[in-house]
Design a protein. Structure first.
Length: 119
């Protein structure tokens, strides 16, 4: 499945759009594994926008960013991720907001539990 991601890098005055295809299934059939792949695909698109010459398959950890699932004005929902590098928004997707939100929470939980906290 292909879908657009809008990318805004901090310090830039404009956004760019890329198309990514990290999962084969439609959103209503997504599993937690698919949602993790979508988030990783979004983060990699943001990284490619900032570092176009970097290795494309660098490791990605699902932590260190804020996320939200929000209704889209013409239907469906979008996923928005924000971090110090910038922001990336994907969608809209045809999936209930509460279902996608719950999947992202489950996917994010393991990485947060294993993250080392330094004070």
């Amino acid at each position: 499945m292909e879908f657009p991601v809008d990318i805004w890098l901090r310090g830039d005055n404009h956004a760019t759009t890329q198309v990514i295809s990290p999962v084969p299934r439609e959103p209503r059939a997504w599993s937690d594994v698919d949602v993790a792949a979508v988030l990783v695909g979004m983060l990699r698109a943001l990284d490619r926008a900032k570092h176009p010459d970097a290795e494309t398959e660098r490791p990605v950890a699902l932590r260190g960013f804020s996320w939200i699932v929000s209704s889209f004005e013409t239907g469906g929902v979008v996923i928005a991720l924000e971090m110090s590098l910038g922001a990336v928004i994907a969608g809209p997707f045809d999936i209930p907001e509460r279902d996608l939100h719950a999947m992202i929470e489950r996917v994010m939980r393991p990485d947060r539990a294993t993250a080392e906290t330094i004070h």
